[in-house]
Design a protein around this ligand. Structure first.
Ligand SMILES: Cc1cc2nc3c(=O)[nH]c(=O)nc-3n(C[C@H](O)[C@H](O)[C@H](O)COP(=O)(O)OP(=O)(O)OC[C@H]3O[C@@H](n4cnc5c(N)ncnc54)[C@H](O)[C@@H]3O)c2cc1C
Length: 510
């Protein structure tokens, strides 16, 4: 069968959610994925090692239930993990829903200040979530249309939420949301690891440091689903397998190992896609899980006006996060870390200044020699034990390119940095995998291997995401929609971009 109601190019988390939701609305849908497994960045791994993404904090229960997955499914019902800020003096700091504690159990003196600040940011995150669960406001819909009315009601609800905050809190929200995390965090906390942990959570995957404008928005975005961090039982691929199952159950046709080479147009309207192996599939709706630049390459530039092409080319996406997977010799506790903390989320970000200094080399196309690191100890399906780490900043445009020597240097820096707090770690390591942003780009197509396909900066958010005039998922020719992380509300293993795009497509072509 080569005739569909809708075709989704790319089977990342957002492509899977978009295709499944359209199928559940009665459309005959095909999801085409170039690699041999679905899930995109979320489940990408090398030789069965740990996946790129390794934790859930922003997965949308709404996107899940819209595609028929129970948000309480056993794969998703893991207990929240604590965050541990690793310290050189062995007094690690543990953050959880009860507050902040020294690793030996005593309450940290900044616990109350940290709890107050994070509670406030989580409240703001709830407000942003209301914006995230629909197209950005400001469309051209007539107020008396169903879409116009829905938008009006949603904005009214958001307005009520803001009003409920009270006058001074609302003023603070508006002041805070556009600020840099450096100032906001150090207003309430003293410089050190407690503040450093929040600064780190504001910059993962982005080409910004704590002093960059808008970094508080990124922190709030991350806290939009309440701030708990979990890991899917069976790893991230267990979650993407669940999504594949939901797509199949909804009736989607799944086409792995098939690369789309061209989006076909007829009279400025989408008519289908052509694949690398010479097949043609037709559909009046095509959703692209890829970044806008790749999508526009598939249609050819003549499908867009000059201004749109200029805006697409100007979208910023400098990937800054690499993955360094350290294979451990056995399942013993990590040196210097109490065994009960071994399976929590480990962070190396001793201060806000440290995070800012780690960003500086990225501005000059150098890798950070003292990076910010997030690590999880985990086991892969083959029984191997790993310390799976995300290393920030290792930018995609590094001077000289990501040669084997550069990769080895990054692995060495990662081990040396972690060894400040986990002395003797290098003796526990039996192998290393380094996955750099250019490799992530090669595997998934994400420009610069960028976590969110496009930088989450104030000029690329909400009605400006991915670019001015393209915020409501449709792009250029009639029937063409964007559904990936580059669109509102952005990336993470979340699913809302795919969900919102599918709803926009349904609304445009009922
Ligand atoms: C190092 C790293 C660590 C991360 N860790 C986390 C984490 O712990 N938690 C979290 O929530 N988020 C994390 N993220 C971010 C998260 O993984 C992404 O934001 C999210 O998965 C993006 O999903 P997507 O569906 O929009 O795009 P993608 O996952 O990029 O999917 C795009 C899909 O399109 C396919 N494709 C590309 N070209 C074609 C073509 N021509 N034809 C057919 N198919 C094609 C690709 O193979 C891919 O499957 C991380 C990102 C990185 C880089």
């Amino acid at each position: 069968m080569s005739q569909f109601d809708a075709i989704v190019i790319g089977g990342g988390v957002n492509g899977l959610v978009a295709g499944t939701l359209l199928s559940r609305h009665g459309k005959n849908v095909c999801i085409i994925e170039k690699s041999n497994r679905f899930g995109g960045m979320a489940s990408y791994s090398v030789d069965g090692g740990p996946t790129l993404a390794h934790s859930l904090y922003n997965l949308s229960p709404r996107a899940l239930s819209d595609i028929g997955i129970d948000p309480q499914h056993p794969v998703l019902s893991g207990k929240p993990v604590s965050t541990v800020s690793l310290s050189e003096d062995g007094r690690h700091i543990v953050f959880n829903s009860e507050g902040v504690f020294w690793s030996e159990g005593a309450k940290h003196p900044e616990s109350d200040a940290w709890s107050d600040l994070t509670k406030q940011l989580i409240t703001y995150g709830g407000l942003l979530r209301q914006l995230a669960e629909a197209s950005p406001p400001g469309g051209q819909k007539a107020i008396l249309s169903r879409g116009g009315l829905n938008e009006f009601l949603r904005l009214a609800k958001l307005g009520r939420g803001l009003k409920k905050l009270g006058k001074s809190e609302m003023r603070r929200f508006l002041q805070v949301v556009l600020s840099n995390v450096y100032d906001i965090v150090l207003d309430d906390l003293s410089e050190g690891p407690v503040a450093g942990m929040l600064a780190a959570d504001a910059i993962w995957g982005s080409a910004t440091g704590p002093r960059s404008p808008g970094t508080v928005f990124n922190l709030i975005y991350r806290l939009g689903h309440g701030g708990n961090i979990t890991q899917p039982a069976g790893g991230m691929s267990a979650l993407t397998d669940l999504m594949v199952e939901a797509a199949q159950k909804a009736g989607c046709v799944l086409m792995p190992e098939t690369k789309v080479s061209r989006i076909m147009l007829h009279d400025d309207t989408v008519s289908g896609v052509a694949t690398n192996d010479g097949r043609t599939l037709t559909a009046p709706i095509v959703l692209s899980n890829l970044a806008p630049r790749l999508t526009s390459r598939m249609t050819g530039p003549s499908a867009f006006d000059i201004e749109t092409m200029r805006r697409v080319r100007s979208i910023r996406a400098l990937g800054t996060a690499a993955k360094v997977n350290l294979r451990l010799k056995d399942d013993a506790a990590l040196p210097g870390l109490p065994s009960e903390l071994a399976h929590e989320r480990l962070i190396y970000a001793p201060s806000v200044e440290y995070v800012e200094a780690a960003f500086n080399p990225a501005k000059y196309r150098q890798m950070s020699k003292a990076p910010v690191i997030e690590a999880f100890k985990m086991q892969t399906a083959d029984g191997a034990n790993w310390l799976s780490t995300i290393v920030q900043y290792a930018s995609s445009d590094i001077e000289g390119g990501w040669t084997q020597t550069a990769k080895e240097q990054l692995a060495q820096i990662t081990v040396e940095t972690l060894s400040h707090a986990l002395p003797g770690l290098s003796d526990q390591i039996s192998g290393k995998q380094v996955i750099t942003p250019d490799q992530i780009e090669g595997a998934t197509g994400a420009p610069g291997g960028h976590w969110h396909h496009a930088e989450m900066s104030l000029d690329q958010l909400l009605t400006l995401r991915p670019a001015n005039g393209m915020a409501r998922y449709s792009m250029g020719p009639k029937g063409l929609f964007q559904c990936g992380a580059a669109t509102h509300p952005g990336g993470d293993v979340m699913g809302l971009a795919g969900r919102n795009a599918a709803l926009a497509a349904l609304e445009a072509r009922p």
